[in-house]
Design a protein around this ligand. Structure first.
Ligand code: PAF
Length: 286
């Protein structure tokens, strides 16, 4: 039988376990997830295992980061399968609080990171990053690991989390992990499961557009002009709506319209819909 991770559903239970590890001088890594695990999450787990003696993976579909018309109710939930995957990977503990444990009656506090959250995914999803920042702050403080691991696919989210950990003096190293891609380079996402075969066949156009834009900028084209070409590529490939395709600096996410400044790394960011499914991805320039 495959080993299953221990499951903690309460904050005191998790704290007690982490306290015992730390008392033994062991290091702890946290991999926050919303479940429906795929190879992208398992890459976070492997990276955490490479850095830390013990790994906690949290599974919590966080209602606070979904807008009123978004897919909270229908978001895929696969607890039994997730536990098998975590067990096979050798994760020590799955932290699986319910909504009442995370947001008890009377919960009234919100973590809001200004500046980084108004652009890109924050423009059309005003509550999203407050929900992410609030739940991640809670998870970091509940577990108090040495390091926490987040995918670069949600690059804006990663930068928001780095900023909140710094601003709130949370003593946890925030580590980004490279995006895991399918054979045709589509970024892995739990939401890919929503795509019809016809939509899935159009999905690789997103990474193709991002790479095209990065290559044109490397050749000297102005970022705004290259981004316009990228948007036309997505449109021509049959994406139903383009929320954004923009070039921004990695640190601070300022818009780049000409060329990225020296020593100021930039990325091409895109979000677009195939049917009702919103895909996001990003690719470095240079
Ligand atoms: O990236 C995610 O899966 C979520 O936004 C996170 C970081 C687990 C917070 O709910």
């Amino acid at each position: 039988m495959t080993a299953r991770p221990a499951v903690d559903r309460t904050v005191p239970g998790l704290r007690e376990r982490v306290r015992a590890w730390r008392a033994d001088g062991r290091t702890v890594g946290l991999v926050p997830t919303m479940g429906a695990l795929h190879d992208g999450h398992m890459a976070l787990v492997r990276t955490a295992q490479g850095h830390c003696d013990h790994v906690v993976a949290s599974i919590f579909v966080n209602p606070a980061q979904f807008g009123p018309r978004e897919d909270f109710e229908s978001y895929p939930r696969r607890e039994a399968r997730d536990l098998v995957m975590l067990g096979e990977a050798g994760v020590d503990v799955a932290f699986m609080p319910d909504v009442a444990e995370m947001y008890p009656e009377g919960f009234a506090t919100t973590v809001a990171v200004s500046g980084l959250t108004e652009c890109l995914c924050g423009r059309d999803r005003p509550v999203h990053f407050q929900g992410v920042a609030t739940v991640v702050t809670k998870l970091l403080l509940q577990c108090l690991p040495d390091a926490a691991f987040f995918g670069e696919k949600d690059f804006q989210q990663l930068q928001v989390i780095r900023r909140l950990a710094r601003d709130l003096d949370i003593p946890v190293a925030i580590r980004g992990v490279a995006t895991v891609r399918e054979a045709d380079d589509v970024a892995l996402s739990s939401r890919n499961a929503y795509l019809t075969p016809a939509q899935r066949a159009r999905a690789p156009a997103m990474i193709a557009a991002l790479r095209h834009v990065a290559a044109r900028i490397d050749e000297g084209m102005a970022a705004a002009e290259a981004a316009e070409q990228g948007r036309r590529m997505l449109d021509g490939a049959g994406f139903d709506r383009i929320d954004y395709l923009e070039v921004r600096e990695e640190d601070g996410l300022a818009l780049v319209e000409a060329q990225p400044g020296p020593g100021r790394p930039a990325r091409v960011f895109a979000a677009a819909l195939l049917g009702d499914t919103r895909l996001i991805d990003n690719w470095p320039v240079g």
